[in-house]
Design a protein around this ligand. Structure first.
Ligand code: GRF
Length: 205
């Protein structure tokens, strides 16, 4: 009998191309994972439409509908928890997880960032790398901790910066590599397991 696929909850805030890459990968039973729900912090985004087209349940929690950020954080944690995930993937989710969320999902909440951390953390990884003039940037998948893009690194991929790059062309090139890295690494985490040992993350049991 095939092992039970790992349950993924994916959080999005925008276009959801990383989500789409995961949905496409999960269509193959050999991938070892399934997206059981997609959550967002806003309505009307393509990320939610992608989930709906794939027949995956969705939920939305908008910060402004809660009395405080802590209340919102607990609500998101409850909504995610209801789907009993093995792994929670922030794929372009533009909100920081709070204490309640991390207490529940710490060690199994991962985020993808469009730069080679620890360089260029924050909201504008691609822009900041371009403005700094680096010749190589990339994407990083990491286990979320209570800092801003400071968690233990699971995987990284390098992407060259071209002379005529704009923020948009660079970010698009990063996203091509980022999606491949995300799909490859999440699949390995699902099939092989992982261990976080301080700053080091090891795939495999
Ligand atoms: C990705 O580059 C992610 O790293 C960043 O925002 C982008 C999201 O893209 N935080 P998409 O919504 O998956 O297309």
């Amino acid at each position: 009998m095939a092992p039970t696929p790992a349950r993924l909850v994916v959080l999005v805030s925008g276009a959801g191309t990383n989500l789409q890459a995961l949905l496409d990968a999960c269509a193959d039973p050999a991938y070892g994972a399934q997206v059981v729900a997609v959550g967002a912090d806003r309505d009307g985004i393509e990320g939610l439409a992608r989930a709906e087209r794939a027949g995956v349940p969705t939920f939305v929690a908008r910060v402004k509908d809660y009395t405080s950020r802590e209340h919102w954080d607990r609500a998101v944690a409850d909504k995610v928890d209801a789907f009993d995930p093995d792994l929670v993937v922030s794929a372009g989710f533009m909100k920081l997880a709070g204490a309640a969320f991390l207490e529940r999902f710490g060690g199994r909440y991962i985020n993808t960032h469009p730069a080679l951390l620890p360089s260029f953390p924050g909201m504008h990884g691609a822009r900041d790398a371009l403005e700094h003039g680096v010749r190589i940037t990339g994407a990083t998948l990491f286990v979320v901790d209570d800092g801003v893009d400071t968690g233990a690194i699971v995987a990284q991929v390098a992407v060259p910066v071209e002379d005529d790059d704009t923020v948009e062309t660079l970010h698009e090139r990063i996203k091509v590599a980022e999606r491949a890295m995300l799909v490859d690494t999440v699949g390995r985490m699902a099939r092989e397991g992982w261990k976080v040992d301080g700053r080091r993350v090891r795939l495999g049991r």
